[in-house]
Design a protein around this ligand. Sequence first.
Ligand code: NAD
Ligand code: UD1
Length: 337
Amino acid sequence: MAILVTGGAGYIGSHTCVELLQAGEDIVLLDNFSNAKPQVVNRIKELGGRDFPLYAVDILHREGLEKIFAREDIEAVIHFAGLKAVGESVKIPLDYYQNNVSGTINLCQVMARAGCKKIVFSSSATVYGNSTDVPFREDSPLSTTNPYGSTKRMVEDILRDLCASDPEWSACLLRYFNPIGAHKSGLLGEDPNGIPNNLLPYIAKVAVGQLEQLNVFGNDYDTPDGTGVRDYLHVVDLAIGHLKALDYVRTHKGAEAINLGTGRGYSVLEVVKAFEKASGVTIPYRIAPRRPGDIATCYADPSKAKKLLGWEATRSLEEMCADAWNFTRRQQLGDSL
Ligand code: NAD
Ligand code: UD1
């Protein structure tokens, strides 16, 4: 039996596919390539050491999904497919609700009909909203401040209701903190189109001279150096968390929300320093106004992941920066995805 990975050609999905293949799992990759390059699939095959079926299908396309479940023997789904840009979600909310919420309902309906009732879902720390009560625990109050966050919270509720309605379902709702870094090989990483919104891809573009300087969004937060603090975790640690969650849905029923973070926060300036050390490149920056909607500090209480999944992040900030730099440099040298 195989694991269907939706959004498997994306940033986190591609790293997870490699770990799944290396762990001996059979996979089926689904992606509509709206935010991924087809070349990624060959890199997953190269790094994973094995071939697998690929479906260029949209999760909104019911018949496309039904065909996959008719042809392939799917045991469980790891569901990454979705739109993820907070700012864009404010501008085109209906696209976000349709893609992330309707798409997931579609997927679950097709799964249920095929008798496949195990799902690992990509939620986000964004469901904790702008609460200041850190570290965030899974039972901390939820609130969302933008349509993207609302889609994640809605899907969590939908999967909880689904599990309550049918005791055969099991769902792991993984709340990621800030994934960064890249595969050690430099063949997979995060390469957003246009000007990046997130800190690490922005720093990487400054490091290779594609952007002039980093704008540090505020240095007057109530944090040790005044800049925003986040819980950055290596994308490979995050990918491994999905393998643990897969084991969990195989052996448990019901819905469980679980944080995936390191439990340690770093400030923007600490990340800049770590990247400079890893790359040997100075990152010019200026202090800019706060970004609307940002909070001062966000980090996980990761104890539930350790207890239920036996998972802990092990890779350091230095390693995250070194791997991100290796990937960026390879892209720059024409090894482009
Ligand atoms: P990504 O954009 O790199 O990957 C998502 C993949 O899904 C892309 O390859 C895209 O082409 C595909 N996709 C989008 N809509 C689709 C559809 N309708 N049908 C089929 N494929 C579709 O993003 P990522 O960073 O790898 O994130 C994966 C998941 O994790 C997303 O659901 C995201 O919301 C969530 N998440 C990401 C972060 C982060 O910081 N990267 C943090 C928290 C949660
Ligand atoms: C963003 C998303 C959030 C998502 C999370 C993980 C927004 C508003 N929020 O949060 O929904 O769950 O990523 O993917 O996009 N920073 C700068 N300059 C920059 C970019 C960022 O100073 O050019 C700062 C930010 O103010 C923040 C930190 O760097 O303090 C991290 O920012 P970012 O990478 O965008 O992640 P989040 O804000 O945590």
